[in-house]
Design a protein around this ligand. Structure first.
Ligand code: PAN
Ligand code: ZN
Length: 193
């Protein structure tokens, strides 16, 4: 880990940073139960456990004051008519925010709070998205061919709560209808106990 100020470069197109501490690769098998069309999910998985997205992290000490940051790359594709997306999570320390800066591609950020508010913001190169404390977030690549590449940063002590979304899903899904991305209710969403 660096002691003192440092820079990294994010080369475009592509988005792989010049240095990083962790490279996380998430494949279809890690998303069981998250895609609405389970038949398409199982059929696709039987063919290949495709890579859905990758994260390059610059690690920082998990203490107040430090900012963890890195690059997320969501590949293009669909499971049934639902676009490739990240698992999505609440921060374990719920009262922590996050900033995303879109560098390449087209997508949407699907967000919701434990209180039932929801929001979807479009992601395009040059857009900065501020996700306030309490908002769960999932990135979705709605592009046909390009990776969705984003820089992100959040308090290093925030941690991740994946379990809540694994159990109940997000209230909204992003699917393709008439060749366009469309936000629809998640038929399988269920309120937490
Ligand atoms: C990002 C995400 C990244 C991958 O760094 O972790 O986009 O998404 P999942 O963590 O939901 O798999 C972030 O939001 N960190 O807090
Ligand atoms: Zn986050």
């Amino acid at each position: 880990m660096q002691d003192g100020p440092f820079t990294i470069s994010i080369a475009l197109p592509g988005g792989i940073p010049s240095q990083y501490d962790h490279h996380i690769v998430r494949t279809l098998s890690s998303m069981r139960g998250q895609y609405a069309d389970q038949g398409s999910y199982e059929a696709m998985l039987a063919r290949e456990d495709v890579v859905l997205y990758e994260v390059y992290e610059i690690h920082r000490p998990e203490v107040p004051g430090e900012l963890l940051h890195g690059v997320s790359i969501v590949h293009p594709g669909k499971v049934g008519d639902e676009y490739f997306m990240t698992k999505g999570h609440f921060h374990a320390v719920l009262e922590t925010a996050e900033v995303y800066y879109c560098l390449q591609g087209e997508g949407m950020m699907v967000m919701e709070t434990p209180e039932g508010e929801w929001a979807v913001e479009e992601l395009r190169p040059g857009k900065v998205l501020y996700i306030p404390p309490r908002w769960a977030h999932r990135s979705v690549n709605t592009g046909r061919e390009k990776d969705l590449v984003m820089f992100f940063t959040y308090p290093a002590y925030a941690g991740h709560d994946y379990g809540t979304i694994e159990r109940q899903g997000f209230r909204k899904l992003v699917v393709e209808r008439d060749s366009q991305p469309c936000i629809v209710d998640n038929p399988r969403w269920r309120a937490g106990e």
